[in-house]
Structures are given as structure tokens and as C-alpha cells.
Design a binder for this molecule. Structure first.
Ligand SMILES: Nc1ncnc2c1ncn2[C@@H]1O[C@H](COP(=O)(O)OP(=O)(O)OP(=O)(O)O)[C@@H](O)[C@H]1O
Length: 415
């Protein structure tokens, strides 16, 4: 995709909707050849209505749409079909068509008025099926296809039109993970290799962030934001877009983290260098509120902990963890019901973690440890010692016991 290229689609002051009901107002944006554009927004926001308007299935309420510089309304049906192909979510079940015959329907802008396929058309149908990795389905009956196979064949029919733009409504709906990934990879490759502009409504923010050149965030009757996902998608913007209260999008990790209900007590995690991430997620899943520290501000643990809504004592990346930060973490620990030692190597270079583990023991807090053995320098006595968990499964079992009994026997070795 080149930003120097002329726009393929220019939308100015566009309002879309239905009789007596305007759904989106005053949209203005530009799409260029080879761009992948994702429309994101909650259910009912207007994504389908916009796609239907861009593809001339609906008339605009107001504003202008230009395709390759010409008003959309003035394109002949044939010109429109050669420029733009559309895959909507309507269930189509054409009787008796083989997959090849169904995809061949997409050639109509290029065949004669009787729809006869020439050798070029035959090649175009086969290449379209090949482009979506569905050539082996060619002789199958269209009505017998699975949802994933059907989606690929619908895309092949659209490609057979040889369009410059492909508009898709929820192309990954009903698809399993393999097919979702495959469909998105196919679409991305069409942009890159054939310069086709893809505009797709999607519900996967993380997938959209990874494939899109531009994202449109749609809510409250308009465009909340339009731009590169790296600029537009953040924890805050996604929270606003979907009104999240139980989750948070993490751009750095590329996914959604589900926050803890926090009703099974509060756990402090002694982590660092990514060792805490798995523990935080287990704790959140089991309903524990989270506190952690001391972590560096570029640590995987920091990203995950923040996304999960943890109280987190952090220091600047690469900074030495000083006594003040450790003291702050110990104060955070005071409000906790138990402490988890994620097993991050401790020693002279990070005395802070030993101090925190010692702090847990000195406070008489239950301490679960994923560590092999006791770290050097930790003063353990008979009354206060870590309970060792051999692995994540053992940790989960201990947490479940703690959640219902508020205690577990401190000395048992799980290995
Ligand atoms: N034919 C119609 N007549 C009137 N209103 C409609 C019509 N079709 C959809 N709507 C309304 O327009 C609004 C936008 O619907 P639209 O299908 O465009 O949203 P969407 O963002 O695609 O939602 P979803 O993610 O649930 O598919 C909704 O309130 C919907 O009820």
C-alpha cells in the first residue's frame, strides 16, 4: 500500500440509515489501493449499514461517496461490479450449483449477456478458488459446504469479479479458529499481492489490530476515530468503544485481558521478567484481586498486571529497585490475604524479591511458591514457610482451597 496513490474511495459528510432512521452521521474518510480497513464497533453501531451504503445496496441519507474519483451514484451497474465486490452475511443457498458454477456467477461483469464462460473466465474462477485455498471444493455442491468452506467460496465468487475493492460483513462469523486465521491471512494477502482494498466489519479487535492499515471505530451514531490501529487502538479507546468494565484491551500484548471479579480475596504476586504473567491470569480467573511489585515498566508482568487492573509498584525500565520501591510494595502487601512467589530467580542482583518474600513470612501471610527450593537468604522457621506448588495445576488447586477455606496447610510439598 502506498500513501502516494490516489484514493480508491472518498467519503465526505456521509450519513447512512433507513427510512425515518439515520444510523451514522457526517462520516468522512479516504481509502487507498491495497489498504485493509476494519470497521469496529459494538452490535448495532451501524457497520453493516455503512457497508450496504458503500456498496450501493442502500442510498446515502446525505453526503457523497466517490469511487476512483467518480460519484458512486453515477457508476453503471457493470462499472460498479468491476470495481467493487461485496460479501454480506445473508445466507445464500443456491440450489444445485457446484462450487465452480457458483463462483463463476461472479464473472458476470466480464461475460457476454448469456453469461457464457470463455477460457479466461474459467481460469479466473479457478484462480479465485485457489486464492482462497478452496480449489479442491470445485466439484462439491455449494449447499453442502460447512460455514468455513462457504465463507471461502463466497470470497472466491467476489474475487472472480476481479474487483479493486472487497467489502465484507463479519467475514469470520461462525468460523473456527483455523478458518478465522486463514480467512484473515487470505484477505491480508489480497491487499498486499493484488492491491485490492479490503473493508471488513470485524468483532475481533486483536485481529483487526494485527491486519489492518486503518481502523474505523464506530459508535454513538458516528466515527469515534479513524486511523492506523497503532495510533487509534488503545486500552482506553477500546474500553470506550465497547463500554468494557470487566476487560481491557492490551495493545502491547495484542489481546483482551479479563479482569478479576476480586471476590475471593486479594493476592500479592512477587514476580518479574514475565514470571508473574501466568500467575496473574490464574489469580484473575479464580476471582482474586491483584497486587504486585516491584516490576520494571517494560516487563511483560507490568503489561499484563496493568491490563488485569492490578495495583502495581513499578520502577522505570532498567532502574535499580531501591528500598523505597520495596517498602511501597510491602505496604501494598499489607492489604493482601496471601502472597504468591512466581519463582523468578532471586539473589544479590535482586534483593528486593527476597525482601518481599521475607516480608510475607514476617507478616504471617500464607505464601505459595512456584520455586524449586528456598531462595538463599530467606529466613524460614517452622511456623512460617512457603508452601511449594510443583506447577500451575498445583497452584490452582491450592488457590481453590484458599478461596473456600481462607487457608491451606503451609508446609506440604506438592512435587
Ligand atoms: N432494515 C432496517 N430498517 C431499520 N433499521 C435497521 C434496519 N437494519 C438495521 N437497522 C438498525 O440499524 C442499526 C445499525 O444496524 P447495523 O446492522 O448496521 O449494525 P452493526 O454495527 O452491523 O451491528 P452488528 O455488529 O450487530 O452486526 C441498528 O439499530 C439496527 O437495528
Amino acid at each position: 500500500m502506498s500513501t502516494n496513490q490516489s484514493p480508491i474511495l472518498e467519503v465526505t459528510g456521509l450519513s447512512v440509515g433507513y427510512k425515518n432512521r439515520t444510523v451514522l452521521r457526517d462520516l468522512s474518510f479516504t481509502c487507498r489501493p491495497g489498504e485493509f480497513i476494519s470497521l469496529l464497533g459494538p452490535n448495532g453501531a451501524g457497520k453493516t449499514t455503512l457497508l450496504r451504503t458503500l456498496s450501493r445496496h442502500l442510498s446515502p441519507v446525505a453526503g457523497e461517496i466517490r469511487v476512483q474519483g467518480r460519484p458512486l451514484s453515477q457508476l453503471s451497474a457493470m462499472d460498479l461490479a468491476r470495481t467493487m465486490a461485496v460479501v454480506l452475511t445473508d445466507k445464500i443457498a443456491p440450489p444445485m450449483f457446484s462450487v465452480f458454477e457458483f463462483v463463476a456467477l461472479g464473472r458476470y461483469p466480464h461475460t457476454d449477456y448469456l453469461g457464457r464462460l470463455g477460457s479466461q473466465d474459467q481460469v479466473a474462477v479457478s484462480s479465485s478458488l485457489a486464492a482462497v485455498h478452496a480449489l479442491e471444493l470445485a466439484e462439491r455442491a455449494f449447499v453442502d459446504l460447512s460455514d468455513g468452506e462457504r465463507q471461502k467460496v463466497l470470497m472466491a465468487r467476489a474475487l472472480a469479479q476481479a474487483p479493486r475493492m472487497l467489502l465484507l460483513d463479519e467475514p469470520t462469523m461462525h468460523l473456527d479458529l483455523k478458518h478465522r486465521v486463514e480467512v484473515m491471512a487470505i484477505l491480508r494477502d489480497l491487499c498486499r499481492s493484488q492491491g485490492i482494498t479490503v473493508i471488513a466489519s470485524l468483532h475481533d479487535v486483536d485481529v483487526a489490530a494485527k491486519v489492518s492499515d486503518q481502523v474505523a471505530l464506530i459508535r454513538d451514531g458516528g466515527l469515534m476515530a479513524w486511523g492506523a490501529p497503532e495510533a487509534v487502538l488503545s486500552g482506553d479507546s477500546v474500553t470506550t468503544l465497547y463500554e468494557f468494565d470487566k476487560a481491557r484491551f492490551n495493545r502491547d500484548l495484542g489481546g483482551i485481558e479479563l479482569k478479576s471479579a476480586g471476590d475471593h480475596g486479594r493476592a500479592f504476586v512477587v514476580g518479574g521478567m514475565g514470571s508473574g504473567a501466568l500467575v496473574y491470569r490464574i489469580l484473575a480467573k479464580k476471582g482474586f484481586a491483584l497486587a504486585t511489585g516491584v516490576v520494571h515498566g517494560n516487563d511483560l508482568d507490568w503489561y499484563v498486571a496493568r491490563s488485569l487492573g492490578a495495583d502495581c509498584v513499578a520502577v522505570e525500565p532498567m532502574a535499580t529497585i531501591n528500598g523505597a520501591a520495596t517498602q511501597q510494595a510491602l505496604e501494598l502487601m499489607d492489604g493482601c490475604d496471601l502472597v504468591i512467589d512466581s519463582g523468578f530467580p532471586v539473589g544479590p542482583a535482586n534483593q528486593a524479591n527476597v525482601d518481599l518474600l521475607q516480608g510475607a513470612l514476617d507478616r504471617g501471610l500464607p505464601l505459595l511458591s512456584l520455586r524449586q527450593g528456598v531462595p538463599p537468604g530467606l529466613r524460614v522457621n517452622g511456623e512460617s514457610a512457603p508452601r511449594h506448588c510443583a506447577d500451575a495445576t498445583a497452584l490452582i488447586a491450592c488457590l481453590e482451597t484458599f478461596a473456600c477455606c481462607r487457608s491451606f496447610s503451609p508446609h506440604t510439598e506438592e512435587a
